[in-house]
Design a protein. Structure first.
Ligand SMILES: [Zn+2]
Length: 264
């Protein structure tokens, strides 16, 4: 994440009708209950016009705090909150005109109160971009078995029970093996047409996707059809803009006891 931003020179500003230097950056406006990180280890190689597997070393944390990358936190640190609601800098000709993120109402998004995550799952890929195998490592000590979110144990995912789900094989996973199973390593096969088969990228096993869960879960929004809303109006809310009825259900209850037709 580039909190500092990148400068784009000679950007045509619609408001000023002239070319200016701007700074562009990406900040987070809200934090999801479940954060899925795709490591993009299979990429298209424009030299060979084939897909390559990237198996280089990538270490990832078991605990994540995304607050330093969130909009409000960065704005607060830079003392910019409530200063430039239109996104135009007072300072003409500045290189850092910044537009606040806007939703359909052009209002600021609500500030999220929790940005903490722990790793709860990894999909591992072994093989090349063309042929390989996937399996999953999952923290199975969740739901009612999970340490309370306000205890220090909550973040200690390495202390929880992990399992490997590998086709028909399901077995306990020793978390100390995370590094060798998931971090990947460069075997020096990058670049060039080394073999008669061409360069398909390096072969090996490494994490392909990471699944993190939020420390404090937001309630789940479950859509309710209009007839049901009439029959059982208790607890049913209505979104005027989207014209839909919904219920807010506690995350654990929603995940473990209800089969929703739609999860947000
Ligand atoms: Zn301008």
């Amino acid at each position: 994440m580039q909190v500092e931003g990148e400068v784009i020179n000679e950007y045509h500003c619609e408001t000023c009708k002239k070319k200016v230097d701007i700074s562009k950056r990406v900040l987070l406006s809200s934090s999801p209950n479940v954060l899925v990180v795709h490591l993009q280890r299979i990429i298209f190689n424009f030299d060979t016009f084939r897909n390559d597997k990237i198996n280089s070393l990538f270490e990832f944390p078991t605990y994540l705090d995304l607050k330093p990358y969130s909009f409000y936190e960065v704005m607060r640190k830079e003392n910019r909150l409530n200063k430039n609601p239109t996104g135009e800098d007072d300072n003409q000709g500045s290189a850092t005109t910044e537009a606040a993120p806007q939703n359909e109402d052009s209002k600021m998004p609500e500030e999220d109160d929790c940005w903490e995550y722990k790793l709860v799952g990894v999909t591992v890929h072994s093989g090349t971009a063309n042929a390989g195998h996937y399996w999953s490592l999952i923290n199975t000590q969740r739901g009612h078995a999970e340490p309370p979110h306000d205890s220090p144990q909550w973040a200690a995912t390495e202390a929880d029970q992990w399992m490997e789900f590998n086709d028909s094989t399901v077995r306990k996973f020793n978390f100390e093996k995370l590094k060798e199973e998931c971090y990947g390593e460069d075997k020096g096969t990058s670049g060039g047409m080394e073999s008669g088969w061409g360069n398909f990228g390096s072969y090996g096993k490494s994490a392909y996707m990471l699944v993190y869960e939020r420390r404090i879960k937001k309630p789940i929004k479950i859509l309710v059809n209009p007839e049901e809303a009439k029959r059982e109006p208790e607890g049913v809310l209505y979104d005027e803009k989207k014209e839909e009825h919904y219920r807010l259900v506690d995350y654990k209850t929603g995940v473990e006891e209800i089969e929703p037709s739609f999860i947000y």
